[in-house]
Each structure stands twice: as C-alpha cells, then as structure tokens.
Design a protein around this ligand. Structure first.
Ligand code: AMP
Ligand code: ZN
Length: 456
C-alpha cells in the first residue's frame, strides 16, 4: 500500500482514492510569464513521480494542472512588453509543454488556463460574498474575511489568534507576518493596462488563489483526494485555496496535501526574483540532457532540500552510463529470484512516501547483481523500475535497444570485438551494415550503444 506524508495532518498516511479506485489530483502549474526554471521542474518532476507511483500501484488517476496566465507577474510582464496578455503568455505555454517532454514528464489529463475560467471564478467569489465571508472594499476589490472562516491557518499551522486582525493584503504572494484578508477579485487599476474583465463588482481580474479553487473544483469536484505543489505554495496559496473552497461549499476540500522542498543554489531557494536560476534550456545548451537533469531531480527525496550543482549532473551521467551498459545486456525471460527481490524492495521504497534514494539503491543493486550474476531475465525488473523513475531507459532509443533484432545484435558484438582488436576497417564496415539494418551505433568510453534510426 502506498503511504505519503500529508502536510495537513503532518503524518505519513495511506493514500487511498475516495471513489472508483481513481486518485483525483490537482497540481499547481506554472505561471507562464517566463521559461520555467529547474526549481519549478523539481516540483513537476516530483509530481510526475507521484503520478507514476499511483499508476504503478494499480490505481487510476485524474490529474489537473493549471496554467496561471493572469496574475500580478504576467500582468507586469505583458504591460512591460506592450503586447496582449495572450500573445505574451502563448510562447511560454508552448515552451512549458516542450520542457515537460524533455524531462519525460507524463501528461496530466487536463491543463486548464486561468483566462478560460473567469466566469467560474466570478461565480465562486459571488458565492463567498453571498455567504458573508467576503466583502467588497472601497476600490471595487473583493476580499476574503479570514476571521469568518474558523479553519483558517489549519494547513500552515498559523496561530491565528495572535495575528493582527482586519489587515488586508492585495498582493498574490506574501508571508505569514502579513496574514490578513486576501484579495479574491482585484479592481482594475492603471498598471493593469488592457487586462480586465467585467464583474458584479466592476472591472477587474481574479486573485491568484481563487483561480486554483475554481479550476480544481470544476474538474475534480468539491472534495478530492490529493493536492500538491512546492513548499512555497503552502502559505498563503494553499491555505487560501482551502479557505475559499470550504467556506463556499461547507465540505472538506482536499484529503491529502503534499509539498516538495526547494531546489537551492548555494543554500538559497532557486527563484526568478533572486536571479540564481537555470532554465532547462540553459542546461541543455550546456550539453546536459533532459534525462540527466531528471535523474538529479528524482535522486533526492522530495521532502529534502536539494542543492543544485554541476557535479550532480556529472554523477548522473556516469550513473546512467552504468545503467545503460547493464540494460543493453538485459533480456526477457524468466526473472531470477534476486532480481525479483530487488524489484519488490524498490516498490516498497517508493510506497514509503516516495523514498527515491532507497529505490535508486535497489536499482543500482540490481545493476551490480546483474553485472556479476548475468543480466538474463532482468529486463522486466528494469522496465518496472522505469515505469516510476522514467530515466532507466534512454527515450525511445533505449526501449528499442531491448528489441534489437538478433542479427543486428550479432553484428554489434562482432564490431565490439573488431574494435577491441583495433581492426578499424572491419569496425567501420560493420557500422555500415548495422546502419543498413536501420540502427545507429554510438561509441562512448563505456562501450557502444545501439539506437533505432527512428528515435533517440
Ligand atoms: P510558480 O510558477 O512560481 O507559480 O511556481 C510553479 C511551481 O514551482 C510551484 O509548485 C512552486 O512551488 C514550485 N517552485 C518554485 N521555485 C521552486 C524551487 N526553487 N524548488 C522547488 N519548487 C519550486
Ligand atoms: Zn495553485
């Protein structure tokens, strides 16, 4: 059974779907005002590993990831660039999906964009006003009155009584010292430029927090299983999502909350505002692959702070080469008992709050065992681990490697022998024969690998 750490109860608990054996999961998505950095991708890779582990356990999943395409940051960006909001965010949305693919992140079932759901947000704000938990301020904004919601602070464990009351915070992001009434709807102001929608309270735009409450309930229902994000989302974003949803429906919003720790640089959170970030594209330009970056992000436990360093990418490259070498010799067939035991210990580690460091230890244990005892029959175990880790096989190429036709494998073995004997002419001739059969052979320090011409 899968167990995870629930930020709400602060305990490790079984993750069990409320209905239909399907986990309904909401993952806070990117603010599309720039390229996502690898700190953001730490969150999305963690959520991908979570998703894969849920599926691995035979449960179904319905995952919704929003695209925040209107908020304080996108408005600042669009008006600085002097283009329409949709034109400003479109290239970043596109880049985001390309980056997900580079990192072998599985697609969510729904990617709702905030600007496509303004009526749902207005409706939710209206319900809160009607119930008397929200009020319109002098300028035409609408605020959530935190004193009217007794459960306020239950996720962030804020000692609410000790806080100032009656204070208001208009910004989307603020810290615990500034806890107070927060904006659900923000009245139009000069700096918003052309961005704005009509509402019962006048022209304006939604606050960031109401976006996620409205879109999650639309696609997952008023109560659902699981909600995740980076730890910086816990307060105020997720606290406010709970307040908005539960005050409106009178029902529990989400059973389990999970948060990943930050990716840091020299001990500081990687962020756009600190300027200490690398985008995925920066690292690709420096010659690192999505697979190597994914490896680094998956290898650390999601609740542990992770300091980014290039040495970690170098380690990843070496570790992946070791895996590749072993996997290229792995075959189907009856799985040896010791490989089965590794696969079972791997599953146990993943089900124990996604303990990836322990799971990786089992993967490398399998590599070690296969190197000494023979890789025959181990392919199923590697495949099973790849379902969750998503980096055990190189994309496409590696999967095809397992399906290399025997005659091509024979040519490759002959070529390896020719190279060992330094017979370069024969080696080149064999490379051409392999190519004629539709395969590309690549040489590296660790030997040769075969890739189908149709994909790398
Ligand atoms: P944003 O686009 O700022 O809304 O962030 C998108 C996601 O990335 C959220 O789940 C954040 O919590 C997460 N995030 C942002 N910076 C980091 C970081 N340095 N490490 C881990 N997650 C992060
Ligand atoms: Zn959100």
């Amino acid at each position: 059974m899968m167990k995870v750490y629930n930020s709400l109860s602060r305990r490790v608990e079984p993750l069990v779907p409320a209905k239909d054996n399907e986990i309904r999961l909401y993952t806070c998505g990117p603010t599309v005002y720039n390229f996502a950095h690898i700190g953001n991708f730490r969150a999305y890779v963690f959520e991908d590993v979570l998703r894969r582990t849920i599926l691995f356990n035979g449960m179904k999943i319905r995952q919704v990831m929003n695209l925040t395409d209107v908020d304080d940051k996108t408005i600042r960006g669009t008006n600085a660039a002097g283009v329409a909001l949709t034109d400003y965010t479109a290239p970043y949305k596109k880049a985001f999906f390309e980056d997900l693919d580079t990192l072998n992140i599985q697609k969510a079932e729904v990617y709702p964009a905030a600007t496509d759901h303004i009526p749902e947000m207005i409706e939710l704000v209206g319900r809160l006003v009607e119930k008397g938990v929200a009020y319109r301020s002098e300028d035409g904004s609408v605020y959530f009155n935190v004193r009217k919601f007794p459960g306020y602070g239950k996720l962030a464990h804020i000692d609410f009584d000790a806080q100032r009351t009656g204070a208001r915070c208009a910004a989307d992001e603020y810290d615990k010292e500034n806890v107070g009434d927060f904006a659900l709807w923000k009245a139009w102001e000069e700096s918003d430029g052309p961005v704005g929608w009509d509402s019962p309270w006048g022209r304006g735009r939604p606050g960031w927090h109401i976006e996620c409450s409205a879109m999650s309930m639309k696609y997952l229902g008023e109560t659902f299983d699981l909600h995740t994000g980076g730890i910086d989302n816990l307060f105020p974003h997720h606290e406010n999502e709970i307040a908005q949803a539960e005050a409106a429906t009178g029902k529990p919003f989400v059973s389990t909350w999970m948060h990943c720790a930050h990716l840091k640089v020299n001990g500081e959170k990687m962020s756009k505002s600190a300027g200490n970030f690398f985008t995925l594209r920066d690292l690709e330009e420096k010659g690192w692959s999505g697979r190597e970056i994914r490896y680094v992000l998956v290898a650390a436990h999601y609740r542990q702070g992770l300091n980014f360093a290039f040495s970690a990418l170098e380690d990843a490259r070496r570790s992946l080469a070791r895996i590749d070498q072993c996997v290229s010799r792995a075959t189907d067939g009856e799985i040896p008992g010791w490989a089965k035991a590794r696969a079972e210990a791997f599953t146990e580690a993943m089900n124990d709050d996604l303990n990836t460091p322990r799971a990786l230890a089992e993967l490398f244990g399998l590599v070690r065992d296969a190197n000494t005892k023979g890789a025959g029959g181990t392919l199923a175990a590697f495949r099973r681990m790849d379902e969750v880790l998503g980096f055990v096989f190189p994309r496409d190429g590696g999967k095809k490697e397992a399906e290399i036709p025997p005659e091509v494998r024979k040519l490759a073995d002959e070529r390896a022998a020719a190279r060992k004997a330094k017979d370069w002419a024969l080696s080149d001739r064999l490379r051409d024969e392999i190519a004629a059969a539709g395969w590309i052979v690549k040489d590296s320090r660790d030997g040769q690998t075969l890739c189908s011409k149709s994909g790398i």
